[in-house]
Design a binder for this molecule. Structure first.
Ligand SMILES: Cc1ncc(COP(=O)(O)O)c(C=O)c1O
Length: 558
């Protein structure tokens, strides 16, 4: 309420055309205006969803064209322009700002909700998670020191517990939410270094140290000779983490995966024996359960046995594959995670959450504090009968978003069983897509049956015999051009990746809005677009398909 003696506080904000949307401390002055802003923003959101998001996976523009379109559409842009303008100096009406979002951004998004959008691992977000993001931003908790997000810390504790239960960890386990798998893997390597390698180094040196003084966590020279093992399918973040953590450039030894892209214990055991004989210090295995390229799952049981026998830390990157645990039917495809010392699991992949939310889980939760705890004089929490839970002591981050809320709300909304059904739906769709590639001569998949919900496949223009006559490099280029043609068409979206030195289309199916008809339609689009691409590359494609404009390909034009 306005105090007549002090004047109207809103008047101090009259420099803005909508002061009630800036100084919103008075309900009578602001509540209706805020409700109007919310309704207007939600309308824009729904317009995006139904006019654009479900219409096409991307705007289709290439990078240079998008820059021109986006920057050129600036209200103040001197045309032509291809770069950012100055920051807005003067205030504007909310309506005008939302109108600019509509004009410049509405049709220039990547859509995870499009039914033929088979993205990296970006799912359509659950609506209750979107609501969770909205509420988290309004209550604006900072989940670092307990004081600044008191119950948010408990919500994070609760969701972390649910994730630990899913993995099969016992009561000593704990974890932290992260920005994603890269951060979780990086932190996992830090824990492996400061807890496990620390113990190995200390044990080795304690024998020589007459005073029995144990060194602190290994740094600099103490990292010499330390070795971590992963397959050739490990996520790039493992190698980068080891670099950042000060290890030697060859600290990561990559072991070839099998024909299904999985790491076995036997070749790893041989590598470890060789390294020990050379005087090196093996200390960790970084396995993957659900690799980025193909969704392959390393043989975690075997690797856990080996880690036990060799006294190695076992980290499992289940950033994507961990979602399979939500399904009673499919959990066995990602077995034995409870045997890992640490696990990465990203709810923004197969738990259908909007970005960002990843997680690092550690079997002995106290290892997080051993690794990350630091004193911050300004983050004091005296005066409590029990030490409050402050996540900055367990994490690399300081200020931290209230990431847990969206997972908490949507998990309650769907239940584990509902989330599991969505996972099963995407696994079934991947199996269907792979089956279709097997039934059609002009497609092939690798591996032929997907481990989880990733399908890597190629179009063979003209069918297998014609494609066999095309040199490898040209066939690879064809896949890249086909991917781009699909993107530009707006009919669907897949990425590309390299497997065993060759280029493949890759459908990461975490889209639970898609149906079998969408997968079939995707292949149809690729085949039709492929005819044009093949023609433009002068490929001999025989009787398979015709260029869409009826040109005679056999003339070898283009
Ligand atoms: C197996 C795996 N690990 C880690 C990551 C990195 O996760 P993020 O990009 O969320 O940090 C990915 C990303 O796709 C992944 O597939």
């Amino acid at each position: 309420m306005t105090d007549p003696a002090r004047g109207d506080p809103l008047a101090a904000f009259s420099w803005h055309p909508e002061p009630e949307l800036v100084w919103y401390a008075d309900e009578a002055a602001s509540r209706d205006a805020i409700a109007g802003l919310g309704a207007a923003a939600w309308e824009v959101a729904l317009d995006w969803l139904y006019e654009e998001g479900l219409r096409r996976p991307t705007g289709g523009a290439g990078y240079a064209e998008l820059r021109r379109d986006y920057f050129g559409a600036r209200p103040d842009a001197p045309a032509p322009t291809v770069g950012p303008g100055p920051a807005p100096a003067a205030p504007a009406h909310a309506e005008a700002v939302l109108a600019e979002f509509r004009a410049r951004l509405l049709d220039r998004q990547f859509s995870t909700v499009h039914r033929r959008s088979f993205s990296y691992f970006a799912p359509p977000p659950l609506l209750m998670s979107v609501v969770g993001e909205l509420l988290a931003q309004v209550v604006d908790q900072c989940v670092d020191v307990w004081h600044s997000g008191p119950s948010a810390a408990l919500v994070e504790e609760e969701t972390v517990r649910w994730l630990c239960d899913l993995v099969g960890y016992g009561p000593a386990a704990f974890g932290v939410l992260t920005s994603g798998g890269v951060m979780a893997n990086t932190m996992a390597m830090a824990v492996a270094r400061d807890v496990h390698l620390a113990r190995l180094v200390a044990t080795a040196s304690a024998a020589a140290d007459a005073d029995g003084v144990w060194p602190g966590p290994p740094r600099a020279g103490a990292l010499a000779g330390a070795r971590v093992y992963a397959s050739d399918q490990a996520h790039f973040s493992i190698a980068r983490a080891l670099d950042l953590l000060g290890f030697e450039p060859d600290a990561l030894r990559l072991i070839p995966s099998d024909d299904r892209f999985r790491l076995h214990a036997a070749p790893l055991a041989a590598a470890i024996a060789e390294d020990r004989a050379a005087g090196l210090r093996p200390f960790a295995i970084a396995a993957v359960a659900g690799s980025t390229n193909t969704g392959s799952v390393d043989l975690i049981g075997e690797l856990a046995d080996l880690a036990g026998a060799e006294d190695l830390w076992l980290h499992v990157d289940a950033a994507y594959g961990g979602g399979a645990l939500l399904s009673v039917r499919d959990a066995a495809r990602v077995p034995h995670l409870e045997r890992a010392d640490s696990v990465t699991i990203d709810p923004h992949k197969w738990f259908f959450q909007p970005f960002d939310i990843g997680a690092l889980l550690v079997r002995r939760g106290s290892d997080l504090r051993t690794t990350f705890d630091r004193e911050a004089e300004y983050y004091r929490t005296p005066g409590h009968d029990e030490e409050p839970l402050s996540f900055y002591r367990l994490s690399m981050e300081g200020s931290r978003r209230f990431r847990a809320l969206k997972l908490w709300l949507s998990w309650k909304h769907l239940g584990t069983s509902g989330l599991g059904r969505l996972v099963e739906r995407t696994n079934d769709l991947a199996a269907h897509l792979a089956r279709r590639t097997a039934e059609n001569d002009d497609f092939e998949a690798l591996p032929s049956e997907p481990e989880l919900s990733v399908v890597c496949f190629r179009h063979l223009p003209g069918g297998p015999e014609a494609a066999a006559k095309i040199d490898e490099g040209t066939l690879d280029t064809y896949q890249d051009r086909l991917q781009r043609a699909l993107e530009a068409s707006g009919e669907g979206w897949v990425s590309t990746t390299r497997l065993r030195g060759r280029t493949w289309l890759r459908a990461g199916i975490v889209n639970y809005l898609s149906t079998e008809d969408d997968a079939d339609g995707l292949l149809e689009s690729l085949r039709r677009l492929g005819a044009d691409v093949a023609w433009s590359m002068g490929l001999p494609v025989g009787d398979f398909g015709r260029p869409t404009d009826g040109r005679d390909r056999s003339a070898g034009e283009g």
